[in-house]
Design a protein around this ligand. Sequence first.
Ligand code: PLP
Length: 347
Amino acid sequence: IRNLAPYSSARMEANGGKVLLNANENPWPPHGDDGQHLNRYPDPQPVELVEKLAAIYGVTAAQTLVGRGSDEFIDLLTRAFCRAGKDGIVISPPTFGMYAVCARIQNARVREVPLRAEQDFSLDIDALLKAVTTTTRLVYVCTPNNPTGGVVGLKEIEYIATALKDRAVLIVDEAYGEFSSEASAASLLAQHDNLVVLRTLSKAFALAGARIGVALAAPEIIDLLRRIMAPYPLPATSVNAALKVLSSEAISEMHQRVGLLCAERDRLLVAFAALPVVKKVWPSEANFLCLQFADAQLVYRTLLAQGIVLRNVSHYPGLADCLRISIGRSLENQRVLAALSALTEVV
Ligand code: PLP
């Protein structure tokens, strides 16, 4: 266990008055530093960022951990809770691929409880709970779910967390939470110490390139994850970018843009559904739509040749011939719509 004293030589340097000869750093800032003190190691957990995020999600700083995207937390949670060859996780496919990828890297078992394809891919809660055994450590619920866009209500999350008490940790991945009208499961953390809520600044906050993920959980779980994290998970440049997007002005701009994207998503849902080439489109509370075609490969390749890149999700169980379309700017969305409309005679 490393000594994780919350000091930062970058912060000490910014405050001035210290002779910093303790970390084998370069005394001079690099070319083009712009006052960021990038010659100094950053905070292991940047206090100001952690406190801001805790306030936004309505939890305490002790319940908050920042890392390299929610991807890092999926990996850390698997390593913290699953013994190789012994323990396992439960997931509901089609869902985000990293849960199973991290489990397999750790040689943990993966039990799959499919979403109900006949009911717009809703979560089969009874089947999910029945799949939990004495060796299950983690149960994942992704809401809104990637790649289907469906949500699980707060009451259902609470029911699952209660049912899993003393049995397994429930991980609620809310990467697309800002695009949904459902309340965050973070409000349940005070009552449920077997709950982890994952948030990210990659989507609504437009910071995918900075790699900032947030884990919200009981302080005991946060401590556990912190002990197995890399010493300095977040580059100072990313922390600085995150602090900028969390100013009140930036947050109201984010909400405006989320509103625009949601309006575009709902407009496109109707427009896509009316196209003969589209066999099915599912309602979504995220910043993407999942569409089914007669021949997804052909649609994918035809649009790619026009410079329009979609995500082929046909390999997911239940999503044969499906493509996922992220909601872009209006003009980009219009191009997709026009390209799909023109396909009517081809496919
Ligand atoms: N969780 C879900 C459901 C996602 O779709 C993604 C990325 O697409 C992630 C987590 C990873 O997000 P991050 O950029 O924070 O690592």
